[in-house]
Design a protein around this ligand. Structure first.
Ligand code: PLP
Length: 410
């Protein structure tokens, strides 16, 4: 008799984005023909840049010739791509060996799968609020107790509260935990951890033999040269941190699908020696994953070429100009706004103490702008709201204009 994985039943009932879709459809049904401006999901909107298109075309052309055709590739990703990635890190003074890179089909799958190399009884800490896959993958793996509907959290998990007082970057946990998920620049708050803040986590992890899973999917949105783009900029991080990154947001690969993880050979857990976790992830990926598309990898190589990096910086600059417009528009309206300076997300404090969902409904009905209720990212997201800078400039301009003209803030 087959039995289901009952941990799925523990998951907080609805993933937030389907509920947003439901409310938009309802609004459109009741208000036919009214334009809705979507600043909700972090989906890229601008076309791939010329150097990247040329790289992807080259990938396709190679498949057309008998001499250049390739099937399954190198297990950890094409060596040429890993060489480019190593160069990418060495430019910021971080040395990563080629066999420490694991090329993948994106940061979300890696962020969800990485927990599988750790014991089921590990105690896990999360930033609160957080990108949902960290929490949900650990619920599915059975590391949590039940979801508390009143508090919006899971029994057994440690929530590291991110609030205005700590600038949305928490201190390491008070108690001993085994796994810590960190995301900087952060989705949803747009906060970026300083070198000193990451150093505290590295020190904590080394002292407790904990492992940090560091999601750097937005690293290229950091404009401030003082802020770390990789956790490996902190001394000792290779012994205690895995880094996950993606081509999605830096180069518009949300649909192309390409990312990478770094599992250093120096990394250790409480019951392992250097190299063990690296071997486990190698085993996991070679057993359950057959590599990223070779076409996508040619595109990734093109992203990391000199021209590709220049174009990708322009693409990021485009979205960051959107972020600036949203930020200034909201501030001028008298709203309290965080983020949006070194990250493509703006974290808005709901006016008048409204709940996140009440503000969602208000923003949609008064200004026809869609955002994401902060409570969908964890209990400390309640009373906040995320706006995304991914969008066409014209739509962003109209959305900001509509907020300024139509939103009633008392
Ligand atoms: N990590 C963070 C923090 C994200 O916000 C996202 C997407 O929104 C991802 C990872 C997903 O990356 P990918 O498209 O590479 O799966």
């Amino acid at each position: 008799m087959a039995k289901i994985n009952a941990n799925y039943h523990k998951l907080n009932a609805g993933y937030i984005f389907p509920e947003i879709g439901r409310r938009i459809r309802l609004f459109q049904k009741e208000n036919p023909g009214v334009t809705v401006y979507r600043l909700g999901i972090g989906n890229t909107t601008e076309p791939l840049t010329p150097a990247v298109i040329a790289g992807l075309r080259d990938g396709v052309d190679r498949l057309a010739g008998v001499k250049t055709y390739s099937g399954y590739g190198d297990e950890q990703g094409e060596e040429e791509l890993r060489l480019k990635l190593a160069e990418f890190y060495s430019r910021r003074g971080v040395k990563i060996a080629l066999d420490e890179f694991f090329v993948s089909d994106g940061a979300k799958p890696d962020a969800g799968n990485i927990q599988s190399i750790f014991s089921a009884d590990n105690v896990v800490a999360f930033q609160d609020p957080a990108y949902p896959v960290y929490v949900d993958s650990n619920v599915i793996a059975g590391r949590s107790g039940l979801f508390n509907r009143d508090r919006g959290d899971y029994d057994g998990f440690i929530y590291m509260v991110c609030n205005e007082e700590n600038g949305f970057i928490p201190e390491p946990p008070q108690q001993k935990v085994d796994l810590i998920y960190l995301c900087s620049p952060n989705n949803p708050t747009g906060a970026v951890a300083t070198h000193q803040q990451l150093k505290k986590f590295v020190q904590y992890a080394r002292k407790n033999r904990a492992v940090i899973i560091f999601d750097a999917a937005y690293s290229e949105f950091i404009a401030d040269p003082e802020l770390p783009r990789s956790i490996y900029e902190v001394e000792g991080a290779k012994e205690c941190a895995i880094e996950i990154n993606s081509f999605s947001k830096i180069a518009g690969f949300t649909g192309v699908r390409l990312g990478w993880s770094i599992v250093p050979k120096a990394l250790v857990a409480e019951d392992s020696k250097p190299g063990d976790l690296h071997s486990l992830w190698f085993r996991r990926q070679t057993t359950l994953f057959n590599g990223a598309s070779n076409i996508a990898q040619r595109g990734g190589i093109a992203v990391l070429s000199d021209q590709g990096l220049k174009e990708s910086a322009e693409l990021v600059g485009y979205y960051m100009e959107n972020a600036r417009l949203i930020r200034e528009g909201l501030l001028a309206k008298g709203l309290t706004v965080f983020g949006g300076v070194n990250a493509p997300y703006l974290w808005l404090k709901t006016p008048g103490g409204l709940s996140s969902w009440d503000f969602f409904d208000k923003l949609l009905s008064e200004a026809q702008v869609v955002g994401t209720p902060g409570s969908g990212f964890g209990p400390s997201g309640e009373g906040y709201f995320r706006l995304s800078a991914f969008g066409h400039r014209e739509d962003i301009g109209q959305a900001v204009q509509s907020i300024q003209t139509n939103l009633k803030v008392y």
